[in-house]
Write a protein of this length. Structure first.
Length: 244
């Protein structure tokens, strides 16, 4: 099945796997990938997360695959969120600068929600708002779950990390890659302690990763250029971000 990053597939490489890269002071490492993990390089321009300030940008997402999962209608809709029942909501679209307010409005109307299911999650159109949304998910004590067939890509992976409990069924998939700013610069173009990089490392720490785990996870995602995507299944992702 083709997987697209805003456009057309140009190359596909399958590599082998042995687990997370060792934590290093550098932010870019060549990851050892899981058996069956797929790296794609794509021809069109990068999905950008831009600006010179920390985690600024217009967007970072991987477009929908041709065979996207069926989306639930739910009993109520709040931006990209769907209320499934009294205790569950689903994320079914791209987040943007309005998504934190939509999330807050949903919980005000449905305060019993305890689980956020990530079903069709291409990423974000506004990275700063996306990280703020992740912190809100964590602060409200929600669990995140990716059901079989669920697809969590690019900036949406940060929202998966936000769950106080995280789980993914066999058949769930994840896609990661590096961000790029409006000038085409990626994490490797900044010092390790630059605000652009610290924003993500600090976020991962706030989501419960140890300092070593945060560095290793960030290095793995940044080893894949912004114009590409690395696809992982649930078991492969669990080697980088432990379920809780």
């Amino acid at each position: 099945m083709l997987r697209l990053l805003r456009p057309v597939l140009s190359a596909l490489v399958v590599l082998g796997f042995a687990g997370p890269v060792a934590a290093q002071p550098v932010l870019v490492a060549e990851p050892v990938l899981a058996a069956g993990a797929v790296r794609e390089t794509l021809r069109d321009g990068p999905a950008r997360v831009g600006g010179d300030d920390a985690a600024a940008g217009s967007g970072r997402f991987v477009a929908s695959p041709p065979a996207a999962p069926a989306l639930p209608r739910g009993i109520a809709a709040f931006g990209p969120f769907r209320v499934l029942d009294g205790t569950r909501a689903a994320l079914v679209g791209v987040t943007d600068e309005r998504s934190p307010a939509a999330f807050q409005a949903m919980l005000a109307r449905h305060p019993g929600i305890r689980v956020l299911e990530l079903i069709e999650c291409p990423g974000t159109e506004e990275d700063r708002a996306n990280l703020r949304l992740g912190r809100m998910i964590r602060a409200r004590g929600l669990a995140t779950h990716v059901p079989a067939g669920g697809s969590v890509r690019s900036g949406a992976v940060e929202l998966y990390l936000a769950g106080v409990r995280r789980s993914a069924d066999p058949g769930a998939e994840f896609a990661v890659h590096a961000w790029a700013d409006e000038d085409g610069r990626e994490p490797r173009d900044f010092p390790a302690d630059a605000p652009q990089n610290r924003a993500y490392l600090d976020y991962y720490r706030a989501m419960g990763l140890s300092a070593a785990e945060a560095r290793a996870f960030y290095a793995m995602t940044n080893s894949v250029p912004n114009a590409g995507a690395l696809w992982l299944d649930a078991a492969q992702m669990a080697r980088w971000v432990r379920p809780e």
